[in-house]
Design a protein around this ligand. Structure first.
Ligand code: HEC
Length: 102
């Protein structure tokens, strides 16, 4: 069956979605929880809730650009199917919560 054209037009009106226009830390938080990022971090860094990895004294990430790169690397180890804007949300969340780069 062919889709009537007017249905396609309706589906496209909301595009791009508002969340693609600006990184959204709250959405990033949800993504991190859903992807279970902290499970692996916790296994490797002394148990706990897995967030110490972001705050350890010898942490890897020292700039927003490095944060974005590390999120990409880690994300690639999961099959999250995230879009680039999803990574941006996660970067915004981790930065707001832990790194606080300007
Ligand atoms: C398979 C295990 C694993 C998974 C899953 C994983 N990570 Fe990581 N992550 C690591 C390891 C190991 C490091 C430390 C790398 C190092 O020290 O060289 C790390 C480091 C990081 C850091 C940098 C911490 C610092 O030192 O400042 C960030 C940010 C990060 N991960 C984000 C994420 C996010 C977001 C996800 C979920 C999409 C995720 N990780 C999923 C293993 C994982």
């Amino acid at each position: 069956m062919k889709l009537p054209h007017h249905l396609l037009a309706v589906a496209c009106i909301g595009w791009p979605p508002a969340h693609a226009l600006a990184a959204d830390a709250d959405q990033g938080r949800t993504l991190v929880i859903e992807a279970r990022c902290e499970d692996c971090h916790s296994d490797r860094y002394g148990g706990g809730d897995g967030t110490q990895i972001y705050l350890r004294s010898d942490r890897r990430v020292n700039s927003l650009a490095q944060l974005a790169a590390q999120v990409s690397v880690c994300n690639a180890q999961l099959s999250t199917g995230w879009f680039p804007e999803d990574e941006a949300h996660v970067v915004a969340y981790l930065n707001r919560q832990y790194y606080k780069f300007r």
